[in-house]
Design a protein around this ligand. Structure first.
Ligand SMILES: Nc1ncnc2c1ncn2[C@@H]1O[C@H](COP(=O)(O)OP(=O)(O)OP(=O)(O)O)[C@@H](O)[C@H]1O
Ligand SMILES: [Mg+2]
Length: 267
């Protein structure tokens, strides 16, 4: 479905991504993890077309889309739910959702999509006429996800849907992502800092560090399982420290000489 080869992105002179090679098969759920500033958001932007690649290939459904505009990629079925939610604050929940279905294939199915999204997120039904800017952080994230789904995408790019949210809302959002995935057989590329939860849900994972892929979950289930456990093992104190603060704890940082434990421990 998505095949990225040797992808590079620069901002001015700064190399944000270098030689990134990554694959997401049809119906797969792949997670991308990595420390702050690793280039995760940049990678999603380079796939959806909101930043330009300086080198490399982004093949989507067998076609190189690296030179296409973001709107053209969206028309092909790539939906990007950006970091920080980015809902339109002065539009209502309903208007935000409807904006998600501008691509031709989605426009025809707008009523059906809306019913599905409101069933997935009942709180959005209750808030349908409310301005999006007045929603809570968790509700805005649900709205952003719902807007992405309104596009009837084939490939869904999710950038840190858990960012800044409390554990109960995060759990609910992850459960919904899992449900969407099972019911719709959507292809998902998820960027997350909540490593443990994300790895529990997905098929495979990649670790990105300073713009390069430093650990690849592998294609086969068994390879992935061992990679996922390597990732967990490398994060050493795993669950507790990531759940509590999204960051390695002091003990964990000390053992990995101050670096991010996953990548530095895994290599
Ligand atoms: N528009 C921009 N102009 C210049 N530099 C940028 C721009 N966007 C990102 N960068 C730089 O590129 C690098 C990668 O940033 P990116 O946002 O992709 O990281 P990230 O992995 O998503 O981080 P986080 O986990 O904090 O969201 C960082 O060093 C960042 O400062
Ligand atoms: Mg980011």
């Amino acid at each position: 479905m998505l095949s990225i080869t040797g992808l590079g992105v620069t901002y001015g002179g700064l190399h944000a991504l270098t030689g990134v090679t990554l694959e997401v098969g049809a119906g797969e759920f792949v997670t991308l993890v990595g420390p702050n500033g690793a280039g995760k958001t940049t990678l999603l932007k380079a796939i959806s077309g909101t930043v330009a690649a300086s080198e490399g290939r982004v093949a989507y459904q067998g076609r190189d889309v690296a030179r296409l505009r973001a709107s053209e990629r969206a028309a092909l079925g790539i939906a990007h739910v950006p970091e920080g939610r980015r809902v339109f604050p002065t539009l209502t929940v309903r208007e935000n959702l409807e904006l998600g279905s501008y691509r031709r294939a989605a426009r025809r199915r707008r009523t059906e999509s809306l019913a599905t999204v409101l069933e997935l997120f009942p709180i959005l039904r209750e808030r349908e006429r409310q301005l999006a800017g007045s929603l809570s952080g968790g509700e805005q994230q649900m709205l952003a996800l719902g807007r992405g789904l309104m596009a009837q995408p084939e490939l869904l790019l999710l950038d840190e849907p858990s960012q800044g949210l409390g554990p109960r809302i995060v759990e609910q959002i992850f459960e919904t992502i899992d449900r969407i995935r099972r019911e719709r057989r959507l292809t998902i590329l998820l960027v997350e800092q909540r490593v443990v939860e994300a790895l529990e849900l997905c098929d495979r994972g990649y670790v990105l560090e300073t713009g390069r892929v430093v650990l690849d979950g592998g294609r086969e289930g068994s390879t992935f399982t061992s990679s996922a456990s390597r990732i967990r093992e490398a994060s050493r104190c795993g669950r507790a420290c990531w759940r509590a603060s999204h960051r390695p704890c002091r003990d964990c940082s000390a053992r990995s000489s101050g670096g991010w434990p996953i990548a530095s421990g895994a290599r």
